[in-house]
Design a binder for this molecule. Structure first.
Ligand code: AMP
Length: 283
């Protein structure tokens, strides 16, 4: 596996790959788990070569967020990538991604301001950071296909929208959420959970499943009523603060008024040292 640390060095490596060779791309922040590996496996199945990036992007973290303590288990990550036959790892230093005079930002308005982007949650700056870095990464890697996990449903929508709006022409592939046997969505941040919190954490997904059941078996229940029930249920999890639980349209991510599918139920909760998100698409 080639390890490449600057955009210029990546461009030199990329140039040598014949135009007809398909290249799949999986952008990550590292601390790789089975969720990331499922994206890599899908890319391996659908492309001749797979490129992975590990970049803990400073611009998508708020000042009070976990940028400094975000896990960076370099040796284990490399071992996992080599096992999956990844052709190249792009591992840039922040200075090579954001030189001193860097001044362009990509902002997908609307989609960046709801759910995790609302001011009560991480704020719209989070998705500005995501949209800008993903645009850069895709332009550097020039992939045939790029793979994103639906655990971060809003992130996928933001990237799909910028790809459409700016006519970038990248192929964005949605990948299903990989879960622990008890239903908890895999996440690098699960490592922050205490053992007691880890026991309660699956209740997030159980609440989403309950929301789906309410919508499908009680068509007379409005999204507002379902939201109230789910809020109540989440607030009964010990040591948890609800960031949000919302029923939205899966394209606009705007609140739905009527119980008419498709509806995305998305939620974020905060334990003492870990913020967890999850969602379920009710078709
Ligand atoms: P991250 O390293 O958290 O930025 O995630 C990198 C990519 O892996 C993103 O496209 C995520 O949506 C995806 N991902 C993270 N967790 C999971 C999961 N449990 N299942 C599927 N994809 C995931």
């Amino acid at each position: 596996m080639k390890i490449i640390k600057t955009p210029a060095a990546f461009a030199r490596w990329r140039q040598k790959i014949p135009a007809k060779t398909s290249v799949g791309f999986v952008p990550t922040m590292g601390a790789l788990h089975e969720g990331h590996l499922s994206l890599i496996e899908k890319s391996n199945r659908e492309n001749r070569l797979t490129v992975v990036s590990i970049f803990v992007n400073p611009t998508q973290f708020g000042p009070r967020e976990d940028f400094n303590r975000y896990p960076r288990p370099w040796v284990e990550d490399i071992r996992k990538l080599k096992k999956k036959n990844v052709a190249a790892l792009f591992y840039p230093a922040p200075e090579s991604m954001y030189p001193k005079d860097f001044s362009t930002e990509v902002f997908v308005s609307g989609l960046s301001k709801t759910l995790c982007g609302s001011i009560h949650s991480r704020g719209p700056g989070h998705f500005k950071g995501v949209a800008t870095v993903v645009t850069k990464l895709m332009n550097i890697v020039r992939p045939t296909r790029t793979y994103f996990g639906l655990k971060d449903f809003q992130q996928v929508r933001v990237i799909e929208q910028l790809n459409e709006d700016l006519n970038l022409g990248f192929k964005i592939i949605r990948c299903p959420t990989v879960r622990e046997p008890d239903g908890l969505a895999m996440s690098s941040r699960n490592a922050y959970l205490t053992s007691a919190e880890r026991r309660y954490a699956p209740q997030l997904y159980q609440t989403l499943l309950y929301g789906r059941k309410l919508l499908t078996s009680h068509p007379s229940k409005s999204p507002d009523q379902v939201q109230k029930i789910l809020k109540n249920r989440l607030s009964s999890i010990p040591d948890v603060k609800i960031d949000y639980v919302e029923l939205v349209h899966p394209r606009s991510l705007q609140k739905v008024e009527k119980n008419r599918r498709p509806i995305l139920i998305a939620a974020a909760v905060k334990f003492k040292s870990a913020r967890l998100i999850d969602n379920i698409l009710v078709k």
